[in-house]
Design a protein around this ligand. Structure first.
Ligand code: SAJ
Length: 423
């Protein structure tokens, strides 16, 4: 079987770079997204997200006629589904977040309409264990005229696999090519077909397992990182009380050949590490004790930072009894969920900014070099340049270690550095 036409469903942070990679190898790529703006932008040779190198790749792919975007699936030989898997709305304060598979369902049902015998459908979205089987069941419901692996095994008309994406935002293009890939086919033939598709551009190894193990492998990778970051965040709180520089401490501990502690920060954000561990917890709530605790430790960190800001305000007022709270300017540096990107999803920095805007009666300044405009929920004028904030603020809170903030730091005022770059 040769896969000449590849359809990528979901043209976001993973789907669009993946589509561009296939197109760069001169495959015919049909990108599908429900967002008309994204589709129009891509068809004009532009991109609607920020990711290094992606703009030139997409332009080349579109100009060369290899990539075309559309809002409804068209026939292809292989379909890669890279749609979001968020949480369902949380019922009560203490309930465990449950995965929302509605985007996968709707992608699977719409792809099913154009499937033909011999096609391959790969789920790339990070998913709870069992989601690939569920996706195959939804497609089978839609297409009783075709056979699927859950009922016909190796003889099925359509092949189905889970091959989770594992790339790091900000470094996606290189990692798409170089990272090893976990290939979780529902049968051996499904895995074999998936390897053939990925070998178009993947230089890393394609390691075969079953779909459920592939699903769990991806969740495990992100939960492992979450637990490690929680350890660093917990250390930062302990060190703050003990008056120890946590970054120096971690550097020292990491000199040990078998210790590798990650970095503390204002919390864990993004659409992956702050979300995926809950998919393990929701499947095994009584057993996932450490994973649950890590999530709570990381989720509590933004509130701890806000308490530090309140303390800094109180200290200034104690030192200068004539000063009013409303006369204090607070600058927050960085809003994205991590360095050198524009992505605000689940951003702890943004949640801190929201709390500070709500509580503070004086001026709040936000500095975010990767964003030129905030959503309409924010009043105009909140976003300012680094130079204005660094001259005018009484309290400077470093939230994201963007390249622009390294090598320059405010020279006056109190500094709360959650990333250890302004020491
Ligand atoms: N963070 C820290 N300290 C650290 C490292 C990260 O506080 O030492 C914070 C970041 O600031 C950010 C959050 O954690 O708020 C997540 O950032 P990240 O760089 O660790 O990860 P993501 O979410 O950008 O990408 C992760 C990656 N997973 C792993 O490294 C195991 C990536 O490979 C996955 O493909 C991606 O999730 C995904 O899509 O699942």
């Amino acid at each position: 079987m040769s896969f000449n036409t590849i359809s990528v469903v979901g043209l976001g942070y993973i789907g669009l770079p993946t589509a561009a990679m296939f197109a760069s190898k001169e495959k015919k790529v049909i990108g599908v997204d429900v967002n008309q703006y994204a589709v129009d932008t891509i068809n004009a040779g532009n991109i609607h997200i920020i990711e290094p190198e992606l703009d030139t790749m997409v332009k080349k792919a579109v100009d060369g006629g290899f990539l075309k975007a559309t809002t409804t699936p068209k026939p292809a030989d292989a379909f890669l589904i890279a749609v979001p898997t968020p949480f369902l709305p949380i019922k009560t304060k203490n309930s465990i977040p449950e995965p929302d598979l509605s985007y996968i369902k709707s992608a699977a049902k719409s792809v099913a309409k154009v499937l033909k015998k011999g096609d391959l459908v790969i789920l790339e979205s990070t998913s709870p264990v069992g989601a690939t089987d569920q996706m195959a069941a939804w497609m089978a419901e839609e297409r009783p005229d075709l056979t699927f692996p859950q009922t016909h095994g190796e003889d099925s008309d359509v092949r189905v696999a889970h091959c989770p994406e594992r790339v790091l935002p900000g470094n996606v293009i290189r990692e798409l090519e170089e990272n090893d890939r976990v290939i979780g086919g529902m049968t051996g033939k499904c895995s074999k077909a998936s390897i053939e598709v990925y070998k178009t551009f993947v230089q890393g190894d394609c390691v075969v397992t079953n779909a459920r193990t592939a699903e769990m492998a991806k969740l495990t990778e992100n939960a492992s990182r979450d637990v490690s970051i929680a350890f660093a965040n917990e250390l930062s709180i302990i060190c703050d009380k003990l008056d120890i520089d946590v970054w120096e401490l971690i550097n020292l501990a990491n000199l040990h050949p078998r210790v590798n502690i990650l970095q503390p920060g204002p919390g864990v954000g993004g659409h992956c590490i702050a979300v995926d561990p809950w998919f393990i917890v929701s499947s095994s709530p009584h057993d996932a004790k450490l994973i649950t605790t890590a999530r709570h430790v990381n989720d509590a960190k933004p509130d701890w930072v806000v308490e530090k800001i309140k303390l800094a305000i109180a200290n200034i007022l104690i030192m200068d009894s004539k000063k009013l709270v409303s006369e204090l300017n607070i600058a927050l540096y960085g809003l994205a969920f991590k360095a050198n990107i524009d992505d605000l999803r689940e951003s702890p920095a943004l949640s801190i900014a929201d709390q500070v805007i709500d509580m503070h009666s004086g001026v709040v300044m936000l500095v975010e070099p990767n964003i030129s405009k905030l959503s309409k929920n924010y009043t105009d004028g909140l976003l300012v340049d680094f130079n204005i904030a660094s001259c005018e603020a009484d309290i400077h809170v470093l939230l994201v270690d963007h390249a622009e903030f390294k090598g320059q730091r405010p020279s006056t005022g109190q500094i709360i550095d959650t990333r250890g770059i302004w020491k």
